[in-house]
Design a protein around this ligand. Sequence first.
Ligand SMILES: [Zn+2]
Length: 430
Amino acid sequence: MATINIRRDVADPFYRYKMEKLQSKIEGKGNGIKSVIVNLPSIATSLARPPIYVVKYFGFELGAQTNTGDNDRWIINGAHEASKLQDLLDGFITRFVLCKECHNPETDLTISKDQNIIRNCKACGQRTMVDARLKLSSYILKNPPKKEGKEKRDKKEKKKSRAAGNGEEGKEASNSEEEGNKNGNGGLVTGSNNLDQYKAEAGSDDEFSRHIREAAKDITADGTADGGFTIDTSEKAMKERQRNELTSAVEKLTMGDDEDDEEGAGSSSFDTFATWFEAQGDKPSDVDDIEIWKKLSELGLDQKHKTLQVLPQCMFDENIVKQIAPRAGLLKKLINKTDRHEKAFLGGIERLVGKSFPALIPSMPTILHQIYENEIVSEEAILKWGEKPSKRYVDTATSKKVKGASASFLTWLKEADDEEDSEEEEEDDE
Ligand SMILES: [Zn+2]
């Protein structure tokens, strides 16, 4: 049977990733007319996705009923030409198969704790998010990929990629045009529609980046560290102090004095991250959220709560008040609303303000307000943090100062919380 490149925008006949050309048969007539995708199982296997995902995708795109593949007969109601379905398949591949980073099709899907669908790339190691707004995304969340199959495939893929000397089309970040050139993408096999779609997908932002930009748009902070006090040290001195704090924060993690130790988050990874971050530019804002996210994923730190303890030291400085909102998207992503992550983040803030920028202690209410307004940390977590001084992240005296300075905000929050209890929010369901 004729095979084609999984990425039809790659014309290279030696492209490693092939699949069968889609074949369909139109059966029946009138209201009962339907299209059978004869070789869907084979295509789905090549894409390492369950056939049901593919057929559901077609159904959503065409607004047509699909069956569930009894006896491996995959049917869409209505008459749909193979070429049309092949074009739609490109969209499925771009959205649910190709690594967003390197556009390699060797990925598998997992569901993250916060219900994002993640493509894990075997070639470049990136974990990229599937657009949650797509109808098939909701379907996948309700019908997640099976674990056993994934593990088996992992092993197989590992073997395969070792044998092949590992994903040469993958390594570095690039936009789709560069990618095309690199792959010697002379002529596009299919209509330009598909290329446009590829470009749109590759160039457009996923949910995550969209959030980040939205968050950046509505910065409400007045930008000043309020209270009218002056910062009494030179910028250089502050930088120095922050750097020392970062080092000791990392060292603290190294000593493993944390009762909730995490596997695989060795101090060296945090070290590497901190060093990398510093090398990116003079100002913390020089470092892009996406780059941070990529780096953390690469180092296996994107799920670790300790990461949230270290991050404030990296991404905030004396301008923290206006730096919080632009980072909200990334922070929310990393915090995932688990207690530990929230606690670690507030601890990191406590340390940054208490130790690196004590002149900012009076601004704690504003800082916490920013954290709260941007929904980075829940009110429960903030209130819990504020309950009493702790020597977990700083010495008790410093903790007392920082939390004492936060009192007005904590009181406000508590009152707001009590008020909200009476007005229940509706959950929308499907
Ligand atoms: Zn990749």
